[in-house]
Design a binder for this molecule. Structure first.
Ligand SMILES: Cc1ncc(COP(=O)(O)O)c(C=O)c1O
Length: 470
């Protein structure tokens, strides 16, 4: 088992590939989610400490029978919850190859070709976003880590400040920004929440008012975070205007593009992102809208030297000798991690294998699905939108005729029960958020398999499940 023969590797590979073919082949016919319990799953797993080994077929059987059915099927075309990528076979094969090579991307010398591939791929992403030629960055575990690395770099530029540092972000910003502020010692309480407009975009007048008041009160404003797609409604903040405010108050401008930034590849969405390329840093998630399997996030800095000033660390046991500039590249100078898996391989294989045209079409089709749902809801008399559709996120409520005259509280409570019942039903999966104090059903189209018909099935599923609630 530890060192299988060539025949064993071939057999294992064939079985795994066959699993992938079968799994993806009838995905649409299976539930997106199956309600279960910890006890039910544990009852299918042998709890004994494994002193002796087990053959591969038994392991694969346990995976197929116990792990797969009791997992949420994230690749399902009607898995609309959270911000969930479906994954793609090319990404899965790339992960297999990356683990086979087991490259560890700490510095160029440890993994020369993998590090070159990462630098090349990061540069492609830089070009997709329209950042300056000198910009650079790293692949990290996800958007949260990218936000942390960017805020650490932003803080470093003000390391000699005496007053309390302050960060500004709309009140629709993902919690990883506040968490990063806490971890960096800035403090959650020093993330100032800026009001949003009717479309849930940051209100720049409120941003200016809060910064001005903070300056007068002796705080040190140092960073503003703009969203390129908020997690709850998909709103894109007015990034160009935020840049102007950042210039005026000498703030670091960070963009959280973890969910939405790759929608710049879709013609109909591109203009929303004007000004994003002027940010000092950006967090992205190829494991969201590039459809790749977790984990791969990405941080890009306008001036990578600022990141080096934050993360570089020399220790005797890592000192390098006789390297030229390119070959002396040190990955840990640009982010918090030392050992790093070869995430770039799946990004490179996807971009090169699929191409930007096809990716742009897939993203465009996701946007069209969300807009289709919005039109159907607006044309119906038993659903209402809770926010306008900006990208591929849709927030809405079911209001059957019998509830139309009821209070918002009753309608919200009904939708909460409906969400749980829909998830247990399994045909479609939504998650939820709260907007303006009201419970909201929330979905996100992030799957190249999802069709306009799936959006119609979602509404049918909700009506059917609602009836069963009585
Ligand atoms: C806008 C936004 N930022 C950050 C994150 C965190 O990303 P990750 O889960 O990759 O850490 C998310 C996750 O959904 C997100 O939607």
């Amino acid at each position: 088992m530890l060192e299988p023969s060539a025949d064993e590797i071939r057999d294992w590979g064939n079985s795994v590939t066959q699993f992938m073919i079968d799994y993806l082949g009838d995905l649409r016919d299976r539930p997106a989610y199956r309600h279960t319990s910890s006890g039910e799953i544990r009852s299918g797993l042998d709890p004994k400490l494994p002193i002796e080994g087990t053959d591969f077929d038994s392991l694969l059987r346990a995976f197929r029978e116990t792990i797969v059915p009791f997992s949420r099927q994230n690749a399902h075309p009607r898995m609309f919850g959270y911000v969930q990528s479906p994954g793609t076979p090319i990404g899965a094969f790339a992960d297999l190859l990356a683990s086979t090579l087991n490259a560890n991307l700490t510095i160029w010398r440890s993994a020369p070709a993998p590090v070159e591939l990462e630098r090349l791929t990061i540069d492609w992403i830089r070009q997709i976003l329209g950042f300056n030629a000198e910009a650079g960055g790293l692949f990290v575990s996800g958007g949260s880590m990218a936000n942390l690395a960017a805020l650490a770099t932003a803080r470093q530029t003000r390391c000699d400040s005496l007053g309390r540092l302050r960060i500004y972000a709309s009140n629709a910003t993902h919690f990883s920004i506040a968490k990063a502020a806490a971890l960096l010692g800035i403090g959650r309480e020093n993330v100032q929440h800026v009001a949003v407009d009717q479309r849930f975009r940051m209100r720049v007048d409120d941003l200016i008012a809060i910064i001005t008041a903070d300056v007068q009160a002796g705080y040190v404003p140092f960073c503003v975070v703009g969203n390129a797609g908020t997690v709850d409604t998909g709103a894109v903040d007015p990034l160009r205007e935020i840049r102007e405010v950042a210039n005026r108050f000498q703030l670091w401008m960070h963009v959280d593009g973890s969910y939405g930034a790759f929608a710049i590849l879709a013609d109909s969405a591109r203009k929303l992102f004007a000004g994003m390329e002027q940010a000092d840093s950006i967090a992205l998630d190829p494991h969201k809208w590039l459809y790749l399997p977790v984990d791969v996030g990405c941080v890009i800095y306008r001036d990578p030297e600022a990141a080096r000033a934050t993360f570089a660390h020399e220790a005797e046991y890592t000192r390098m000798f006789g390297e030229e500039a390119d070959e002396a590249f040190v990955c840990w100078d640009y982010g918090p991690e030392l050992s790093r898996r070869f995430r770039a391989l799946k990004v490179w294989m996807l971009l090169k294998g699929v191409g930007l045209d096809r990716l742009g079409e897939a993203i465009e089709s996701n946007l069209a699905c969300a807009r289709h749902l919005e039109s159907m809801v607006q044309a119906s008399d038993d659903f209402e939108m809770a926010a306008p559709v900006g990208l591929s996120i849709f927030c809405f409520r079911h209001v059957p005729r019998r509830l139309r005259d009821q209070s918002p509280g009753v309608i919200d409570a009904f939708n909460e029960r409906l969400l749980v019942a829909l998830q247990r039903d399994g045909s479609s999966y939504l998650s939820n958020t709260t907007l303006g104090g009201r419970f909201t059903l929330r979905g996100c189209v992030l799957n190249y398999r999802t069709t306009l018909r799936d959006m119609e099935i979602l509404l049918d599923d909700l009506r059917r499940v609602a009836k069963s609630l009585g």
